[in-house]
Ligand binder design. Sequence first.
Ligand code: GLC
Length: 823
Amino acid sequence: MGFGYEDLIEVRGTKLTRYGSFSKDNREFLIERPDTPAPWVNYLTNGRYHALLSHTGGGYSFFQSPRDGRITRWRYNSLPVDRPGRYLYLRDRSSGDFWSPTWQPTCSALDRYECRHGLNYTRIVSEYRQVEADLLYFIGQDDLEIWRFKIQNKSDQKKTLDLFASVELCLGHALVDLINQPNDQHFNDVHFNEKSRVLFATKRYWVPSGGVSVKQVNNTWDRCVFMASSLPVSGFDGSRDQFIGRWRSESNPVVVEEGKCRNSAITAGDAVAVLQCPLEIPPGESVEGVILLGVVPKEKEAEDKAAGLVEKYRDLKEVDRQYQYLLDLWQDYLSHYQAETPEPDVDRMVNVWNQYQTQTTFQFSRDASYYHGGLLFGRGYRDSCQDLYGPLKARSDRVRERILEMARFGFKNGSVYHCYYPLTGGGELTGHSDTPLWFPLSVTAYIKETGDWGLLDVEVPYADEGKGPVFEHLMKNIQYVLDHLSTRRLPLFGPGDWNDTLDFMGREGRGESIMSAGVLCYVLGEVIEMLEEKGDGPSAESLKSQRQQIIDSINEHCWDGRWYIRGTRDDGGVIGSSKCEEGQIFLNAQSWMILGGVAPKERALMAMNAAREILNTPKGPKILHPAYTQVDPGIGLATRCVPGKKENGAVFNHAASWAILAELALRRADIAFDYYKKTLPFNPVVDPDRYQVEPYVYAEYVTSPDHPTFGQASHSWLTGSAVWMLRDATEYLLGVRPTYRGLIVDPCVPSGWKQFKVQRKFRGATYAINVSIPEGQSGTVKAIEVDGRSIEGAVIPVAEAGQTVDVKVKVGDKQPTGPIYSR
Ligand code: GLC
């Protein structure tokens, strides 16, 4: 095909990748060797206490906020990568030999290694010199992480071992710890409570918001960390210096080498939590136990409270009950949506991994990952508004809470914080042209799913002054954007739009964002529909005419001949035009003209055809072409970025997910599905050593053929593509989506599919939907039977909660003749 990447194409073997594969039921990803090209990470959480855990034991823990409530340290840009973590060392007393059953940090030559990342749990099983370690990590209902272990002696001789469990502590504000450690370490306190056999750690200083400043605050960290074991503890350490020793690292701590903790308590210095447990294991037998690491509020009885929790979890039956609770939780979560299609790849994503990832993006926004360090940005407003589509089916109560939280970060004039700190308040008000537009979408999506119109009436304070119902908040958001249009009725670019790296297009107040114009038309469409449903005809009419003016303006000023331009600059120039030297065509400027209902049919097809012709790669469509090679200060960061990466021409999966949606709106299922398959994280077209990151979740972007590292992915886990890929597949490809009045079934599946099934919970009832496409060409829905009776139209009425509804849908091969845009 002439892109010069043929050498990267791997012949697919029986295994998905050479490092591992999905389990048969898709509920786990099995990693079969530890030396993966990058840390492959999982999330453990109970909604308050959170942990990132790599397949080799790396990662950090935090309570509530990754910046303000950091429990353990993680070294950014560390070499070796991915340190420190939750490390266990096993030491054989007879030989002095020691190793880590998670491979890192000793990196000993394990005889066997397997890691299973499951839904909020990770299990690592390894063997070294006839000692098998079976480790299970998860978080309990209480605020503590559990490392459950079973150490088996597979030899015919007694093994006398010591188990050392260790973490490096941060204790509070992670950014302050990172940049002001020489001062911050003076407030640490780690000691061992002889009576309860629990190690305690805290800090007598805390900067609960902002960064380091000469204005000192007068706070103590409000948490107390504890570490304990269910096995007898023979020693402990709180001092990193004492534990690791001089000029050493986690790979060879002096304490482990010598086989004896130094019982170091500290009142200043770098802190660790280390426990030593002696193990005597007869031949063929095993020892089971737990290491517990958790937090309690810092109050007078903190140590007693922690000791009580430790007692509870020292009982392994309780630990197993907690694990079962977690499994049941996920069983329930996933039962809200399950599909059976002719494509196992689709089933794997929509039934498990895509749902799992979107629950994770909902929880962590773009804040805490291996690529988002959890130090700076808090919760992204636009990102979070989109992310809440993820748990909407299964956890609409949490989505409601989130919507109300977000409303508090909106201002009386309709603007919103671009990012905010839910725990400590405040955020950054930037003026990005699109940010206020996403909140109305969250609200309409929530009401369609739940039918809970009462949300609109809930009074929420504004971030500056006064309060108003949610309805007023969202109408103000729209009004704010409508009040910031150019003379041509197009949204002013400001310091950026969805694309944060087009950040110098409009700082002087003249540049216009065509993508935001498309998003605005889409959002207006949604809000008009809501107003009509609500019976507010006059407001709907007024918004309709304003929307039409914008549509007319785009079609008058922004059509370039084969596609739509991306924006205008303060200096009057344009981007995304065939007349530009670089950045001639942008994917989002095409997709959003279709999603927003802007492009007439002929232009819509031309624009998406041009996008396919120019932007398509074996990993999906690129965000723009040609990538910028020249820095253009009048455009911004995109042009400073190396060509082919990030927003400068990568396959940016978020943008790709909208292109898929646009193709589905145009009812070009085969093209949409081709993009969908290409962008799957486990698409074998790229060698896993090149792709690098986890094959079980979407990454933000994949390097395009415009860069020599084509196929390399980055920023896995926390990306807006997760939620939109899920919507693409479930709501528009399989076509089962909520409306105000019931579930609509309107599939748009690739040629050759003759049937599929969806089981979906909706407003308390369960819908078992069987779709048949006798001709193998998906067009208009011909007939729907609900519990044996045929209904008119494509909307299945809302059933009573608790009922199971049997739905049979027959799809014909004629393309719909009505409007091409279906939202
Ligand atoms: C990142 C940001 C998101 C932004 C996108 C494009 O994914 O989290 O907010 O829209 O990049 O710049």
